[in-house]
Design a protein around this ligand. Structure first.
Ligand code: NIG
Ligand code: FE
Length: 411
């Protein structure tokens, strides 16, 4: 179908063809067109331009977005949105002084989620995940990565990944699945870490590979979870099954996660609440993208990823929600942007680039989304009223998205 959206007040994110990632100072600029149109065919953008140059075509349907402002659909490159239950009782414990690590060591945290997920049917998980995905879409997210990692046994990890597969079939948005069997050592393997790692490499990965259930492989490489050596074994096995790493690194300490991620060609290393000169030097020698998750720092009271230092070094930065029931129960990338501006000192333009083009790069989807460029999907948000770009992170706690279009279709 041929469609043209006309009379648009402003289109943000009209990156030129071939610009696939923004590094360092380039992140401060968001190109835009005023009084513009956007044309698409079968969900793919064919042209953007100024209204003064627009000539109507016979075979196309016109949708007037009179006076509206558009941004590219937001890209959430790191979520755990398939889960069985909220963990608000742990929220209370943390308010009263227990740390995330203490709660995890006592069998709470990820293990608590695993216990509940194992008892929940695939159907129920799917229904609950649908509600969360609709909520994310209503806040402007049109591309999303979803991890497993609350199963921690073969059947339950497969159950989670099958739920993600069904979500892929059910939703028009682009969805990527990441296998995170190495999220924690399950209770039954507490005395046998090597046994659990073998279960992942010898049983889970081949089963996932056989069903084609995952796009990426993740490991929680951190203090109290998986060591860099264990991570290396796991990533090697994942690569043998064609799964590129995207890992959790340095949330709880300077634990070598960045280095092992880079060593195995990770597409991204996520978290980096702890990140010093050695990590920056290591990233500069790689194509691995650092991803900050400010919702987690906010919710757990952790340091914020030093994104200014990363950008000053000339690196690209992406941001994601980390939406999950333990460390970041917030699904809105608009809130992520706000935290990035107030806590990480990112400019609104840098924050928008970090949740669009650079986030798409962190999913290897920057040739199909992340900017409103001919050849990419017509995934965009229509904003409420007449905001400036800065108003999105400034006026926080408010949903600035009025309508969401995925492949040119209003959702
Ligand atoms: O990204 N850090 C590891 N995984 C999640 C938290 C998982 C949980 O607490 O349920 C995260 O923060
Ligand atoms: Fe996470």
């Amino acid at each position: 179908m041929n469609l043209v959206f006309t009379n648009i007040n402003r289109i943000y994110g009209t990156q030129p063809n071939g610009r696939h990632i923004l590094k360092g100072t380039d992140m401060a600029e968001v190109p835009f067109l005023d009084h513009a149109y956007l044309r698409c065919r079968d969900g793919i953008i064919t042209e953007t331009g100024l209204m003064q140059d627009w000539v109507a075509k016979e075979d196309e349907q016109q949708v007037s977005l009179e006076g509206k402002w558009l941004i590219p659909g937001l890209v959430d490159s790191h979520t755990h949105l398939v889960f069985a239950a909220a963990r608000e009782e742990e929220f209370r414990m943390r308010i009263s002084g227990k740390s995330y690590e203490e709660i995890a060591a006592a069998g709470g945290g990820i293990l608590n989620s695993a216990l509940k997920l194992r008892q929940t049917s695939e159907e129920q998980l799917f229904e609950d995940a649908c509600v969360r995905l609709h909520l994310m879409m209503a806040h402007g997210t049109t591309t999303v990565e979803i991890k497993s990692g609350y199963g921690l046994d073969t059947a339950s990890e497969l159950k989670m990944l099958r739920v993600i597969k069904r979500l892929k079939e059910h939703f028009p948005m682009q969805i990527r699945a990441t296998f995170l069997g190495a999220h924690a050592i399950p209770a039954e393997f507490r005395q046998d870490r090597a046994g659990y790692i073998r279960l992942i490499t010898d049983e889970m990965l081949p089963a996932i590979h056989a069903e084609g259930l995952a796009d990426f492989m993740d490991v929680f490489c951190d203090r109290g979870f998986f060591s860099p050596e264990e991570t290396a074994t796991l990533l090697e096995a994942g690569l043998r099954c064609g799964l590129r790493p995207k890992i959790h690194a340095n949330e709880l300490g300077l634990t070598g996660g960045v280095q092992v991620g880079v060593q195995f060609g990770a597409l991204s290393v996520d978290h980096l609440e702890h990140c010093g000169p050695d990590e920056i030097a290591c990233l500069l020698e790689s194509h691995t993208i650092p991803v900050g998750l400010p919702g987690t720092s906010y919710f757990l009271g952790l340091p914020y990823t030093p994104v200014r230092a990363l950008m000053d070094a000339g690196l690209p930065v992406a941001l994601a929600s980390d939406f999950n029931p333990g460390s970041s129960p917030g699904p809105s990338l608009q809130m992520t942007m706000s935290l990035a501006c107030t806590q990480m000192k990112m400019l609104p333009e840098e924050a928008l680039n970090a949740v669009t083009l650079n986030a798409a790069a962190a999913l290897d989807l920057n040739d199909t989304c992340g900017s409103l460029t001919p050849g990419k999907r017509a995934d965009f948000c229509v904003l409420k009223g007449n905001p400036s770009l800065a108003l999105i992170p400034y006026h926080f706690g408010v949903n600035h998205v009025e309508e969401v279009y995925v492949q040119g279709v209003r959702c």
